[in-house]
Ligand binder design. Structure first.
Ligand SMILES: NC(=O)c1ccc[n+]([C@@H]2O[C@H](COP(=O)([O-])OP(=O)(O)OC[C@H]3O[C@@H](n4cnc5c(N)ncnc54)[C@H](O)[C@@H]3O)[C@@H](O)[C@H]2O)c1
Length: 434
């Protein structure tokens, strides 16, 4: 299939890099977003998100004359949907007395509805948003049928998930393997034709529901494996074992690879996507459900550790919390377990000062330090919550000179305990029962 003009709905972390990359590869692209201020920002030649290299790509796309933005779609050869699919904050499902989270598909629904008036015979529509299984067939296709055209017969419809790593999006968009699931083999082929305009990685064609499942399986696999690592950490604590040593030794087994425990699982993918399986098949997903529960409960385990490190007295204690991001060296605080740890410590009466070098303003309701020194200054204890390089490189002697705190709790195995002990600190490490 030949694509002269495409329309990308949703200009966020996924849609904007995708739209501008198509434009720099010679395709006319209309980027559409319902958020007027995003459209105006882009029309001024500025960007609203931080992603290395994105400013240059968007500038090149605009300069080529191939890229324009609007709040409304237009007729095109292909339509790509890259809108958010979070879960509902205050709406839950229930199965056998157990509550589970529900996907909020309103953005996918309205973006699909917006395409209907512009859909023509032989077009291609691709859903990229991470979605519960069968969304393409059971939500998107019926909405598009309101045009009088039928998916797979009159136009092509496919699902193609994104697997890019924030911070590396522009490179991974091009180099990663891409799966394209069509509602028919012809739809998958049309999707492959489209993405082969810039994708250099392998393009794998399959059916739409398989592609949806693949995306959810990837993130669920990681969530379940982190949950078992977190349970191993709790067991090691109970049995007087150092879980990090035990994991290293167990991983010498040629068929065993254990992931790292930590303060929990965050971000908007791994901690969200497994719920899409639970929601659509609660009777089949006790392992996935319980893994989510284990990872969500991990901040409580961390708070118990801090309590123990402080001799069971937490009320009134000043705690320096180092890191709020959901993973090292990013500014993303969404669903971060570090935030949950801070909230729980506050609830126990601790006076927590948090320091997040990638987002100094932190989140509402938190006492944020302006600098590391500010956080350490009058602390009674230091809790390491994220493996930011800046924290991992700290020298115990330097820290000892900046604070009266002599208690540290390392939840990410970021520091060499012996070095900190030599500098006069009492060290508690997550999963180190020895
Ligand atoms: N960001 C990632 O690293 C990543 C990785 C893999 C998959 N995903 C998935 O990709 C999808 C998009 O994620 P994102 O991070 O780009 O989201 P985002 O929040 O950064 O951007 C989405 C954009 O869509 C716009 N939007 C909402 N409803 C719309 C509508 N009806 N029509 C047009 N625009 C609309 C929003 O205003 C926003 O600008 C999600 O399903 C997400 O789970 C994201």
């Amino acid at each position: 299939m030949n694509f002269k003009k495409i329309c990308v709905l949703g200009l966020g972390y996924i849609g904007l890099p995708t739209a501008s990359t198509f434009a720099t590869h010679g395709v006319k692209v209309l980027g559409v977003d319902v958020n007027k201020s995003i459209v105006e920002t882009l029309q001024r030649g500025e960007i609203h998100i931080h992603e290395p290299g994105l400013r240059d790509t968007v500038s090149a796309a605009l300069a080529s004359g191939n890229f324009s933005v609007s709040t409304q779609p237009q007729e095109a050869d292909a339509f790509l949907i890259a809108v958010p699919t979070p879960f509902h904050e205050n709406k839950f499902g229930e199965y056998n007395g157990q509550k589970y989270k529900l996907a909020d598909m309103r953005a996918v629904t309205s973006a699909t509805e917006a395409i209907v008036p512009f859909l023509r015979k032989d077009n291609l529509v691709v859903l990229e948003s991470t979605s519960p299984p069968r969304t393409t067939l059971e939500l998107v296709a019926p909405i598009l049928a309101r045009s009088g055209l039928q998916a797979g017969r009159d136009f092509h419809l496919a699902y193609s998930p994104e697997r890019v790593l924030p911070g590396q999006i522009l490179r991974e968009l091009i180099e990663n393997a891409r799966v394209i699931g069509g509602v028919t083999p012809e739809s998958a082929q049309a999707g492959a034709d489209l993405y082969s305009i810039f994708v250099k990685g392998q393009i794998v064609q399959t059916d739409a529901t398989t592609a949806e499942m693949v995306k959810l399986m990837e993130n669920t696999y990681r969530d379940v494996n982190i949950a078992i690592a977190n349970e191993f950490a709790r067991l090691a604590d109970k049995f007087g074992v150092d879980v990090w040593e035990a994991i290293q030794i167990a991983s010498l087994h040629p068929r065993v690879k254990i992931l790292s425990p930590g303060p929990g699982v965050g971000g908007h993918c791994i901690s969200v996507d497994p719920w899409f399986f639970v929601e659509t098949a609660p009777e089949l997903t006790p392992l996935i459900y319980n893994s989510r529960k284990v990872n969500d409960a991990q901040p409580h385990f961390v708070v118990d550790l801090v309590k123990r490190a402080l001799g069971d007295v937490i009320k009134g204690k000043r705690i320096a919390a180092l890191g709020l991001a959901y993973k090292p060296d990013v500014d993303d605080l969404r669903e971060s377990p570090a935030n949950e740890v801070v909230h729980l410590l506050q609830k126990e009466g601790a006076r927590v000062k948090a320091f997040e070098p990638f987002k100094l303003e932190g989140l509402p309701g938190m006492d944020m330090a302006k600098s590391l020194d500010d956080a350490l200054n009058d602390a009674d204890a230091i809790v390491l919550l994220v493996r930011h390089t800046e924290f991992i490189n700290l020298k115990p002697i330097d820290v000892a000179a900046k604070t009266k705190a002599r208690v540290i709790v390392d939840t990410v195995n970021g520091w060499n305990a012996a070095n900190w002990q030599s500098a006069g600190f009492a060290v508690t490490r997550l999963g180190a029962g020895k």
